[in-house]
Ligand binder design. Structure first.
Ligand SMILES: Cc1cc2nc3c(=O)[nH]c(=O)nc-3n(C[C@H](O)[C@H](O)[C@H](O)COP(=O)(O)OP(=O)(O)OC[C@H]3O[C@@H](n4cnc5c(N)ncnc54)[C@H](O)[C@@H]3O)c2cc1C
Length: 357
């Protein structure tokens, strides 16, 4: 089937009022936003997705940073992100030092693919430090709307660094047969090894794993799951990284989708079949454009956010054909081996490519 979606340009930023700022720990604050009444549709989200915030900067005008939604799309009315200070980091410290109730912050709508397929699925969640944020949304949503069982392994330096400690206790007490929370404190047990994590994971190894935390922690979890023989396709990871570019500026100067390629480019195109959201779209993909640009030019809805390979929103699989990436960005060796590419970085080679989102 060949279809062309009607939607052309992704929704642009919205100015949201901060309704509350919550001190979570000594180094982390939650910022709660009211969604503008005329933008509620654009700001619906799935558990595990993130917002992109515009942060003022004297030198750059503004910078953009992504923050996972810690709120639950079902049980929480407002959007909440939780920001942990990064040592010498600009954006996280600016937000923690400057944002207060009543302020207006520019946001890009929710984005991201770090989200379970069903709330009835049993899950094994792995978090460290601020990596708890998307997992907290996922676990609250699963408990609120589905029948899935959830095991959370949550690593922190010490007890005072545990974000959402009290709320996790309350949820575990309310759902004793569905939620298990296992804390790992480095102040008590040192950094976990892959063997130790594999022993913790063994009873839950048949579940899909969702990992979020510092690179070292995520690598150790991957090693643990590999040692248990868990296929890579059952291990999902969200990488926290700072954006280099400014997607707000790109969108302000690009309110509409790029034009389809000029006639003279016609010879240098690849025919691409793109599977997304259950539909197959056949498009001409100019070799001078990346896949995000080509899909937008043809009016096909495509998941993307940063356009610089840093957020992973546009990750997709090359099922057939060959593409070259300008920058492999957040993809690791396992991702590349599994055939993942980033649509914002991918340009085609050859006559035909089949891509699956
Ligand atoms: C999808 C996604 C979701 C995220 N969710 C969250 C979340 O829920 N909570 C959260 O707290 N974070 C989250 N992040 C991370 C967040 O976007 C930022 O990366 C983080 O807050 C650090 O930003 P910063 O501006 O404070 O640090 P930056 O200024 O970007 O600095 C980052 C690091 O680089 C170093 N650095 C900076 N400039 C230089 C330089 N010139 N030379 C050498 N080193 C330098 C800094 O010392 C620091 O260690 C997420 C990221 C992504 C992509």
């Amino acid at each position: 089937m060949t279809t062309v979606a009607a939607r052309v340009a992704p929704p642009r930023s919205a100015s949201a009022r901060v309704s509350r700022v919550i001190d979570e720990t000594r180094h982390a604050k939650s910022i709660v936003f009211e969604v503008p009444a005329d933008r509620t549709h654009d700001f619906t989200y799935r558990p595990g997705q993130f917002l992109t915030l515009r942060i003022p900067s004297d030198t750059a005008g503004s910078v953009a940073r992504c923050y996972s939604l810690a709120s639950c799309p079902v049980s929480d009315d407002e959007l909440m992100v939780t920001v942990k200070r990064t040592a010498n980091g600009y954006g996280s410290n600016w937000l923690c030092d400057n944002v207060s109730e009543g302020d207006i912050v520019d946001l890009l709508p929710p984005s991201g693919v770090f989200t379970p397929t069903s709330a009835d699925e049993d899950l094994l969640l792995w978090g460290a430090g601020s990596g708890i944020t998307p997992l907290f949304s996922i676990l609250k949503s699963t408990l609120a709307t589905g029948s899935g069982q959830v095991a959370l392994v949550y690593a922190n330096n010490d007890a005072d660094s545990i974000i959402f400690d009290e709320q996790l206790r309350v949820l575990a007490a309310r759902h004793p047969n569905r939620l298990v929370v296992i804390h790992w404190l480095e102040s008590v047990r040192e950094r976990p090894t892959a063997d130790q994590l594999a022993r913790l994971a063994e009873p839950f190894a048949d579940r899909h794993s969702y990992i979020c935390g510092p690179a070292g922690f995520m690598a150790t979890v991957r090693d643990a799951m590999a040692s248990l023989g868990v296929p890579r396709s059952r291990v999902h990871a969200e990488v926290f990284a700072s954006l280099r570019g400014d997607p707000f500026a790109q969108r302000a100067s690009e309110p509409h989708a790029p034009e389809p390629a000029a006639e003279s480019d016609a010879l240098a195109t690849t025919t691409a079949q793109v599977d997304t959201d259950g539909d197959t779209h056949t498009i001409d993909w100019p070799r001078s454009q990346n896949l995000v640009e080509a899909m937008l030019a043809h009016g096909v809805d495509v998941p993307f956010s940063c356009r610089e390979g840093q957020c992973g929103t546009c990750a997709c699989v090359v099922v057939d054909g060959d593409v070259t990436m300008t920058d492999t960005g957040v993809l690791d060796e396992d991702d590349l081996e599994a055939g993942y590419v980033l649509a914002c970085q991918a340009r085609p080679n050859g006559d035909f490519a089949r891509i699956r989102f």
